[in-house]
Design a protein around this ligand. Structure first.
Ligand SMILES: *[C@@H]1O[C@H](CO)[C@@H](O)[C@H](O)[C@H]1NC(C)=O
Ligand SMILES: *[C@@H]1O[C@H](CO)[C@@H](O)[C@H](O)[C@H]1NC(C)=O
Ligand SMILES: *[C@@H]1O[C@H](CO)[C@@H](O)[C@H](O)[C@H]1NC(C)=O
Ligand SMILES: *[C@@H]1O[C@H](CO)[C@@H](O)[C@H](O)[C@H]1NC(C)=O
Length: 242
């Protein structure tokens, strides 16, 4: 009996050792970057390198992107260049939300990802009215704390509107498809486009030059932090999170 147990124990140790070596080997062979972007676990490129399908990165190599263009595969989002690896999220090129196009947004259904005030800001651009903005979250309370910025020459930009609003990310806002009709009913300033943006990017780019979001390279998408992991949620169905 005792000998049998010892054999069993030894066998278990051997299996554990082999498993550990295998795990190390597969981790070590994972690609650590794509283009300029560093890729860290739980994100990864190739089988065995990512936590689950939501964290899979595809490194698209083509003639125009010889060193690779990383995508968050399942979310179909390009990763933002020059964002550092983070333990709470990943920098993505978040599509701009055109308030004239109801199909803009992303599909987060079933995903572990979200946006919070901690790492992102909400900006509405091209607004016609310099009125107090009333972004209400879905519970009906206003987010408050919006800053109004005059982002172009009002005489030249009359058609589109020259005011931008920087606000805290409205809680319980998903930025999923359908966001446009919600924003349209809550923003009364006749804005053109809404963005969810990486706060650091806002501080280093937008604050220095508020016209930056009017440049063609940012008209379609701009960097945001897609967050994951711990957040404070009130157990509800669906959960209400801060
Ligand atoms: C990869 O890059 C090529 C060329 O730029 C592009 O046509 C293709 O759509 C890209 N793949 C993905 C998944 O976006
Ligand atoms: C949102 O409102 C603007 C003007 O207030 C309008 O032009 C646009 O069509 C609306 N978009 C949707 C999806 O209802
Ligand atoms: C969003 O994704 C879910 C799950 O992948 C899918 O069932 C749904 O059809 C998608 N919705 C849209 C509007 O694409
Ligand atoms: C959050 O959004 C969901 C889905 O739209 C809604 O059912 C729920 O009532 C909202 N919660 C609050 C507190 O507004």
């Amino acid at each position: 009996m005792a000998v049998n147990h010892l054999h069993l124990l030894l066998l278990q140790i051997i299996i554990l050792l082999v498993w550990a070596i295998k795990f190390k080997a597969s981790e070590a062979s994972c690609q650590t970057s794509c283009g300029k972007v560093q890729i860290n676990y739980p994100f990864g490129i190739g089988a065995g390198c990512f936590f689950n399908e939501w964290f899979e990165i595809t490194c698209n190599i083509s003639s125009s992107t010889p060193s690779g263009q990383p995508f968050l595969t399942k979310m179909k989002l390009k990763l933002a260049e020059d964002t550092a690896a983070m333990s709470f999220g990943i920098g993505v090129e978040m599509p701009a939300i055109s308030l004239k196009n109801p199909s803009t947004g992303i599909n987060r259904t079933g995903s572990p990802f979200f946006f919070t005030n901690k790492h992102n800001s909400f900006i509405a651009t091209g607004c016609k009215k310099y009125a107090k903005i009333d972004i209400t979250d879905e519970s009906g309370s206003t987010t408050g704390g919006c800053l109004t910025i005059s982002a172009c020459d009002p005489l030249k930009g009359k058609k589109e509107g020259c005011y931008d609003f920087i606000c805290p990310v409205p809680s319980n806002t998903t930025f999923d498809y359908g966001i446009v009709s919600k924003l349209n009913s809550t923003i009364s300033q006749y804005c053109k486009t809404a963005f969810i943006l990486d706060q650091n990017w806002v501080m280093t780019n937008y604050v220095n030059d508020p016209t930056v979001l009017r440049k063609t390279e940012y008209q379609k998408a701009a960097p945001a932090i897609l967050e994951y992991g711990t957040r404070q949620c009130i157990q509800n169905s669906p959960p209400v999170c801060n």
